[in-house]
Design a protein. Structure first.
Length: 595
C-alpha cells in the first residue's frame, strides 16, 4: 500500500475546475480528485492534451458503441501517462534552486522523514555522499493519487438508436466502467451523494476492485459521507457484495463547496468524534460481512481487515485547524478545496472568475436552490453565468438550452424526464403558476424558485473554454462556480508552493483576521439553515416542525460538545474567540422559536 507523502488532498470541484488537476499536481506527490461524469468535457480535454503532446487526436463519437465509457477510459489513460512522464522527468532533474525537483521536496511537510533527508543532503559538501543521497531521494519520489469522483445521483438512463434503454448504460455506470478499464493504479473512485443500488451492484462485477493482497487493490473504493450512520449503511451494503471500502471521506454538510447535503443538525466535530470512537467497531462490522461474501464467492479471504482510512474536508482554512483534525480525531488526510480555486497551477479557473473569487465576501456565496437536482448548492454571485441567466429572464425567455441532459429528473409536464433549468420546463412551470390564483407573495416566491435553477452541466465545465481556448458547447461560454463559504477569507491568486506552505504553517494567506474557526463557521451555516426552515414553517406542517425540533436539539448537543474543545486550541486569543462564538451561537439558537 502506497503511503501518501502529503497530509492533505484536493477534493473534486465542479466539473472543469479539477478535471486536469492530477496532471498539474500529482508529480509533486499531491493527491486530487476529478469528476468523470461529463463525458463531453473529457472529450474536450482529450483533444487539448493530445494537441499538447503533438499526437493525433482521434475523436470518440457519440454514435460509437459504449462511447461514454471509452471517453472516460482514454482520458484517464492520457492523464496517467502524463503524470508518469512528469514523475520521470522530475527524477532526472538536477537539485538546482527553483527546479521542480527542489519544489517537490520543499513542499513536503517539515516533519516528514523525506524532508529531513533532503535537508541533510543540502548540508553535505561535494565529494561526500551527497550524490548517493540525491540518488536515493530521487528514488523515493511517488506521484499523488489520481482519484475520480462519481456523484451517484447523476445516473440517468441512456437509450440506443431504437429508443431502448441501454443495459449497464446509465451515466454513472458507464463512468464507472470507463474508470475500471483505465490504466490507473494508484487510484480510488470516490462515490458521493448517497447509496445508488444500481451503481453499487454493478461494482460487484468489476475485477478492478478485488483485493490482490492485504490492503492491495488495483483500484480502491472511497465513500463520501456526512455522518457515521451513512458510512455504516453504505459500507455494509458493499461489504455484503465482497467490496471493501478503503476510505470514508467525511465532508461537512454545510461548510463545503458545490452541492451541500445538510445533516439533521449534526456538526462536524461530534461526527468526527463518533468515527474515532467507533472506527474499530465499524471495521469489524464490515470485515465480517466482507469475509462472508468472499467465502460464498469462493474467493481469497484475509486474516485481518484491510486498512480503513478516515479523511475529512469542508471549510478547513488554517494549519491549526488541520493539525487539530489530525491530532484530536486521528484523520489520515484533510481536504482543502475552495482555497485551491485561487491556485492556477492546481485548478482550471478562468481569469474573470478568479478575480471574482478574490473579491468575494461572506454575502457573495449563497446556499442557493440553483441546482436542478433539488439539492442545495453553494453559488458565487456575480458570475458570467448568473448574468446570462438574469438577461434571459429580462428578455422573457428564462431557462437554458439542455444539451448535456445529465440532470434530467422532472416528469411533471413530460413523459420523458427533463431538466428543471431548461427552457422547456421553466416555460411550462411558470405558465402553470399563473393559473393557480396564488397571492402575489406566494407567486413571487414560487416563481423565484423556478427561475433560480441554472444549467450546471455547461456552467461548471466552461472554464476550460476560456483557459485553454477549447469550446465546450457552441455559443455558450458563461461560467458557474461553486466555492464554499471559506472563499471569503482568501483574497489573492497564489502559487502551488505558497498554498502548500500555508497548509503546513510556513506562511499565512488568511486575509481576514476575524475569520471564525471552521467549526464555528459550520455552526453558523446550520443556524442560518434552521432559521430558513423555521421561516417556511406553517402551523399545519407538523412533520417539518418535528424535524426542526430534532435539528435544534442536535445543534444544542453539538454546542455542548464544542464547549469542551476550547482547551485544544493553540492560543489564549483563539480559545477566547471560540468560547465567545459558541456563546453567541447558543444565544441565537435559543432565540429561534419552533411553533
Amino acid at each position: 500500500m502506497t503511503i501518501p507523502v502529503h497530509r492533505f488532498h484536493i477534493p473534486v470541484m465542479g466539473l472543469a475546475f479539477t478535471v486536469d488537476t492530477p496532471i498539474k499536481v500529482a508529480r509533486f506527490g499531491i493527491s486530487s480528485v476529478m469528476s468523470i461524469i461529463e463525458d463531453r468535457l473529457l472529450e474536450t480535454m482529450r483533444q487539448y492534451y493530445y494537441g499538447q503532446l503533438k499526437e493525433p487526436y482521434i475523436p470518440i463519437s457519440d454514435r460509437e458503441d459504449d462511447y461514454r465509457a471509452r471517453r472516460v477510459t482514454d482520458y484517464l489513460n492520457l492523464v496517467d501517462r502524463l503524470v508518469q512522464d512528469g514523475v520521470n522527468t522530475l527524477k532526472q532533474a538536477a537539485f538546482d534552486a527553483g527546479s521542480e525537483l527542489v519544489r517537490y521536496f520543499e513542499m513536503l511537510p517539515d516533519d516528514s522523514f523525506l524532508k529531513s533527508q533532503y535537508r541533510q543532503m543540502l548540508q553535505l559538501e561535494p565529494g561526500t555522499d551527497k550524490h548517493g543521497l540525491q540518488t536515493w531521494l530521487r528514488q523515493q519520489i511517488r506521484p499523488g493519487s489520481i482519484d475520480v469522483n462519481i456523484m451517484t445521483k447523476v445516473d440517468k438512463n441512456n437509450v440506443d438508436a431504437s429508443g431502448a434503454v441501454r443495459e449497464n448504460g446509465s451515466d454513472a455506470v458507464t463512468a464507472l466502467r470507463g474508470y475500471a478499464n483505465s490504466t490507473l493504479t494508484n487510484s480510488s473512485v470516490i462515490f458521493s451523494a448517497g447509496l445508488n443500488p444500481r451503481l453499487f451492484n454493478y461494482l460487484e462485477s468489476l475485477p478492478a476492485f478485488e483485493a490482490t493482497g492485504l490492503g492491495e487493490f488495483p483500484k480502491k473504493v472511497v465513500i463520501k459521507v456526512s455522518d457515521y450512520r451513512s458510512a455504516l449503511i453504505q459500507g455494509k451494503y458493499l461489504a455484503k457484495k465482497g467490496i471493501w471500502v478503503s476510505e470514508f471521506r467525511i465532508e461537512s454538510g454545510l461548510n463545503c463547496g458545490g452541492h451541500a447535503f445538510a445533516t439533521d443538525g449534526f456538526l462536524l466535530g461530534p461526527i468526527l468524534a463518533e468515527f474515532k470512537a467507533r472506527k474499530a467497531e465499524l471495521t469489524d462490522a464490515l470485515f465480517g460481512l466482507y469475509t462472508q461474501a468472499l467465502t460464498q464467492k469462493g474467493k481469497q479471504t484475509f486474516a485481518e481487515p484491510h486498512p480503513l482510512r478516515i479523511t475529512v474536508q469542508g471549510g478547513i482554512g488554517t494549519p491549526a485547524e488541520a493539525d487539530l483534525l489530525h491530532r484530536l480525531y486521528d484523520v489520515d488526510s484533510t481536504g482543502w478545496g475552495t482555497p485551491f480555486l485561487l491556485v492556477p497551477e492546481a485548478t482550471t479557473v478562468d481569469e474573470p472568475t478568479l478575480n471574482r473569487l478574490c473579491g468575494a465576501r461572506e454575502t457573495d456565496v449563497v446556499l442557493s436552490k440553483a441546482s436542478p437536482l433539488g439539492v442545495r448548492f453553494y453559488y458565487l454571485k456575480g458570475t458570467s453565468s448568473e448574468r446570462e441567466k438574469l438577461a434571459r429572464i429580462g428578455r422573457g425567455k428564462p431557462g437554458s438550452p439542455c444539451t448535456e441532459k445529465h440532470l434530467i429528473t422532472n416528469t411533471e409536464f413530460t413523459e420523458q424526464p427533463i431538466c428543471m433549468a431548461s427552457r422547456v420546463y421553466q416555460k411550462q412551470k411558470l405558465a402553470q403558476l399563473a393559473t393557480l390564483n396564488l397571492n402575489p407573495d406566494a407567486y413571487q416566491k414560487q416563481a423565484a424558485d423556478v427561475l433560480e435553477k441554472e444549467c450546471l452541466c455547461v456552467g461548471l465545465s466552461n472554464s476550460v473554454t476560456h483557459v485553454y481556448g477549447t469550446p465546450f458547447v457552441k455559443n455558450r461560454s458563461s461560467v458557474t462556480i461553486c466555492p464554499g463559504p471559506n472563499i471569503a477569507y482568501f483574497s489573492r491568486v497564489v502559487s502551488l508552493q505558497t498554498m502548500t506552505d500555508h497548509i503546513y504553517g510556513r506562511t499565512d494567506l488568511i486575509s481576514d483576521r476575524n475569520r471564525p474557526h471552521m467549526f464555528l463557521n459550520e455552526l453558523t451555516q446550520y443556524l442560518n439553515y434552521l432559521a430558513e426552515q423555521l421561516n417556511e414553517l406553517r402551523p399545519e406542517d407538523t412533520k417539518r416542525a418535528t424535524y426542526c425540533r430534532e435539528f435544534a436539539k442536535n445543534l444544542a448537543e453539538g454546542i455542548a460538545y464544542y464547549s469542551h474543545l476550547a482547551d485544544e486550541l493553540p492560543s489564549p486569543s483563539d480559545r477566547d474567540a471560540f468560547a465567545l462564538g459558541l456563546a453567541d451561537a447558543q444565544q441565537r439558537l435559543h432565540s429561534l422559536t419552533i411553533r
